[in-house]
Design a protein around this ligand. Sequence first.
Ligand code: CO
Length: 607
Amino acid sequence: MVQLHEMILRDAHQSMLATRMRTEDMLPIADKLDAVGFFSLEVWGGATFDVSIRYLNQDPWERIRLLKKAMPNTPLQMLERAMNIVAYWNFPDDVVKKFIYLAKKNGVDHFRIFDALNDIRNMEIPMKAARENGGHVQACLSYTISPVHTVEYFIDKFKELEKIGADSLCIKDMAGMISPQRVYDIVKGVKEAGIKLPINLHSHCTSGMTGMAYQRAAEAGIDILDTAMSPISGGTAAPATESVVAAFQNTPWDTKYDLELLIEIRKYFLKIWDKYRHLHRFNALKVDPSVTVHQVPGGMLSNLIFQLEEQGAPGKYREILDETARVREELGYPPLVTPSSQVVGVQAVMNVLHGRYKVITKETKDYCKGMYGKPPATIKPEIMKKVLGPKWKDEVIDCRPSDLIKPMWDAKKRELQEMDGGSLIKKEEDIMTYILFPQVGLKFLKGEAKAEFTSEQLPLPVDHPLTRGMVKQSFPEYKAIWLETVPPEDRAGPAQIPTEFEVEVDGEPYEVKVIPSGGFLVAGAGAASSQAKPKDVEGGVKSNMQGTILSLKVKKGDKVKKGDVIATIEAMKMEQEVKSETEGEVKSIFIKEGDSISCGDLIMQIL
Ligand code: CO
């Protein structure tokens, strides 16, 4: 018999609805979900914590409490990012332990724990804490394809995880790229190596091979498969629950779940799918087998290409693809999942735009120092030198990254107590919300967060051309959705955009810190304003990137020479210069400082 782990309340809407499903969308169907008999139901963690407080004005702690009350018979699971918890950076041990304690207390039964780099040192503390609090520990390995990620690699790591106290194991194929033969070999290998723990496969339909992979996994003896109810399945989400149940009927892997009950649940989630139709993206539903050729997840790639196009560098598909693969290899083949996918992806974009390792993000430096953990393969000295400088050896740490972080709980608790006369702390969990997301969490605790709209609340139909622009004006934070054209695994909002860079000017490195201004990727506004001015004029100077006009360096009537800087644009959080390509006089200026501008928009006329 195979059991299913149902993901409709977490991974499914994170993959296809930008994580926007709300507590009130979940509760009415909870009793039916609870009656199916799933191995477990994933309902919490990943990006759901961040999105609840950032976009929905909902308390994630309340959500898990209510869900546990409504589903007492099914183990509820959370996805936990090892020392990152549910955020994107490392926390000290005391915070991780406290978080696990509070999560268990509020209703989490199963803890699926993973580390992006499969550095087991990062997984030990949360695993131990989950066990000590009476939780089930599901230890995960992030799946990727590389010369170091052999079948033996997975077997050896799983053996280690078994030894340090896992209750079950999971292959986390977050990019949906595992092939039928590959999963067969790993599962068979794990079973033959004498590992007794149940083994779970987590995957997404992206490559189009996943149904076949599930069949082969079953043949190799998989114990648990991850699925999602059909209305939010397929594409970048998981295979449909009902389909897998039907496919295994009357086979040795029969789940014995009630298909009629599942079809009832299906009807309910069709309505929820429709409630968020402004978030539907056709591309997220398409099969993208390109990952099988270059091992870069489709979602991540389309996001990078989108960013490059916005920067006025379209048609760079091949280049960005090659560069991402190359940077990944140079950085020791990290699995491409948050946060390593951002490290590799943004560095690849920087390399394509500015030359290889000419602009190095703070994140790349931290990664090479070992601040995320140990990369799967050794990084070559020449790359370390490029990233960290000639004395790179002094910068590298060999301890567990969180060993360098001081305990934080007590200090943060005092800090919050001293604000607003201590009125912000209604319960211990509020301190945790504040520690995990200092700015967004504080706004939420102060009652300043507001719930985002649903499709019904939009003044015009979703497919109306003006909808994007109107949505943007009413809800400035909506721009974060455009960032997620196809949502990569475990991604929520703009937190991953690096803000600190090292820029090389004439061979001298400079540290640059950019303060976010919020004028980033505003598709609606850019399109609307471009209609108000001429498309083309004689002597027109056009923007070759998407961004915000920071400054105009000339005024009407000024004489300019070729190569003079006439304006600066903030794009991708960096300042870029616009230079005149001709000599002449500024006849008219079509934009003003602070305007959002799209690629190809007219800036001024020089004749
Ligand atoms: Co996933």
